[in-house]
Design a protein around this ligand. Sequence first.
Ligand code: IDP
Ligand code: MG
Length: 148
Amino acid sequence: MSGNRTFTMIKPVAVKNGHIGHILNKITDAGFRIVAMKMTKLCVTRAKAFYGVHNDKPFFEDLVKFMTSGPIVAAILEKENAVEDYRKLIGATNPEKAEEGTIRKEFAISMQENAVHGSDSDENAEMESNFFFSFDERYNQDGFEELG
Ligand code: IDP
Ligand code: MG
């Protein structure tokens, strides 16, 4: 059975260009609930760790440079079938291939500066959520902290 949470980041250029509000609107309009959220900045060490799976790719160094170039917004999102539905909502990695109405179609500038991150599996959603948030930074439906 698939899980009901995923993890997202609004990437530096989308933050810089003033798209935080528009992107969050699309997320909540699509039925996702925000469980945790913060604006923060990745340092090089943490960006390399977060994208560790890509460390042998030709775009890795540039990606790390980009992801540390300014603040990001990190969030945990909740909805039935969250990982798959959120990947649909954000669209393809390459914005030229992203479907109409998707976040990347609307807000991405390039393959690298593609506006948002979305977890690709339940396992990664959990790892990535833990990378940014402690349990007492997460809130359930009633607004109570999740202590662990
Ligand atoms: P995803 O974000 O759609 O899951 P991944 O393949 O996991 O895509 O790549 C992680 C991130 O690395 C992408 O979101 C994008 O910012 C960047 N990226 C991926 N492929 C390329 C590329 O070919 N050129 C430049 N940047 C890339
Ligand atoms: Mg990915």
